[in-house]
Design a protein around this ligand. Structure first.
Ligand code: ADP
Length: 267
C-alpha cells in the first residue's frame, strides 16, 4: 500500500500525476491518492471578494484562518473543482476513482480548534471562529471497502470534528495519519519543489536523505508550509510507515520518480 499526496501549489502537473497513478494502479499497486488545493483556493477567494488570511503561530507555523465563509470556499475548491478534476482525469484513463472528503463517512476525524494564537504586528492575538483541527482518527474500514471493491479513493480535506462540524486540516499531516492507519509502506508528498531544500529556493541544495530518527532536526530548513510536510513525515515514520519521500510533481512520472528515491527520502 502506498499513499500519494499531491499538493495544491502552482506548477503541479496533475495530468502527469494521474497518468502515473493510473499506470501503477493497473499494474496492481494498492494506493490511495490525497490532494490539496491551496493555490486555487487563494485565487477563488480573491475572485469572490473574501481574500485568504494566513496566520503564523508563535511557534512559526503558518495556516489559513478558516472562518465559515472561507470554509465554504475551501469546500467548493477542494471537494468540487480539484477533487472532481482529478477523478475525471482518472476516469478518462480507465480507473474507477471515487472522490471523497474527510467529512464523508468521517474518513478523517479530529478535534475542532475554534481559536488560534497568531502573531500579528509583533503581538500574540487569539483569533476565534476558526474551523480548523488535526486528524486523530481515520475510518480505514471505508477506505478498505472501496479498495477491496476495486475503487481508487481520491481524498481531500476538510475533516469532520467529533461533533460533525467540517474542519480544515493540513493535507500532509492527514496523509501521514492515513499512511499510519493503513500501515502503508510508503508515503509520497508531491509538491512544486524537488524536495526539502537546505537553502530554499536554491534547488541545488536538495537534501537527499533524512534519517527516520532525526526528522525534527530538519525543521530548521523548512519555512512556512514546508514545516507541515516535515512534521507529517516525522509522524508517519514514527507511526511505522516504511519511508516518506518529498517529491517533485512538476515533471513526467512524478510518482515513479519519488518511489525510485528522487527527492528527499525520509527512512
Ligand atoms: P503543496 O500545497 O504543494 O503541498 P506547500 O505550498 O504546502 O505545498 O509547500 C511547499 C512549499 O514550501 C514550496 O513551494 C516552497 O515555497 C515552500 N518551502 C519553504 N521552505 C522550503 C524548503 N526548505 N524546501 C522546499 N520548499 C520550501
Amino acid at each position: 500500500m502506498i499513499i500519494v499526496k499531491v499538493g495544491g501549489s502552482a506548477g503541479i502537473d496533475y495530468d502527469a500525476v494521474c497518468a502515473d497513478i493510473a499506470a501503477l494502479w493497473k499494474e496492481g499497486q494498492r494506493l490511495v491518492l490525497v490532494h490539496g488545493g491551496s493555490g486555487e483556493t487563494n485565487r477563488v477567494s480573491e475572485a469572490l471578494g473574501h481574500p485568504p488570511r494566513f496566520v503564523t503561530s508563535p511557534s512559526g507555523y503558518t495556516s489559513r484562518f478558516t472562518d465559515r465563509e472561507t470554509l465554504e470556499i475551501f469546500e467548493m475548491v477542494y471537494c468540487g473543482k480539484m477533487n472532481k478534476g482529478i477523478v475525471e482525469r482518472l476516469q478518462r484513463l480507465g480507473v474507477n476513482a471515487v472522490g471523497l472528503s474527510g467529512l464523508d463517512g468521517r474518513i478523517f476525524e479530529g478535534r475542532h480548534k475554534d481559536s488560534v494564537r497568531a502573531v500579528e504586528n509583533g503581538k500574540v492575538k487569539v483569533l476565534r471562529g476558526d474551523h480548523t483541527g488535526t486528524v486523530e482518527k481515520v475510518n480505514t474500514g471505508l477506505i478498505e471497502l472501496l479498495l477491496n471493491a476495486g475503487y481508487l479513493p481520491v481524498l481531500t480535506p476538510p475533516a469532520s470534528s467529533y461533533e460533525g462540524v467540517a474542519i480544515n486540516v493540513d493535507g500532509d499531516r492527514a496523509s501521514a495519519a492515513l499512511a499510519v492507519a493503513l500501515r502503508a509502506e510508503a508515503l509520497l508528498l508531491l509538491s512544486n519543489v524537488p524536495g526539502l531544500l537546505r537553502a530554499f529556493p536554491d534547488e541545488s541544495s536538495l537534501i537527499r536523505e533524512i534519517p527516520a530518527g532525526d526528522v525534527e532536526s530538519y525543521l530548521e530548513f523548512a519555512q512556512d508550509r514546508m514545516k507541515k510536510k516535515v512534521l507529517g513525515a516525522a509522524e508517519a515514520v514514527q507511526g511505522g510507515v516504511g519511508r516518506v519521500v518529498f517529491g517533485d510533481a512538476r515533471q513526467a512520472q512524478p510518482v515513479r520518480a519519488a518511489l525510485g528515491g528522487a527527492g528527499t527520502v525520509v527512512a
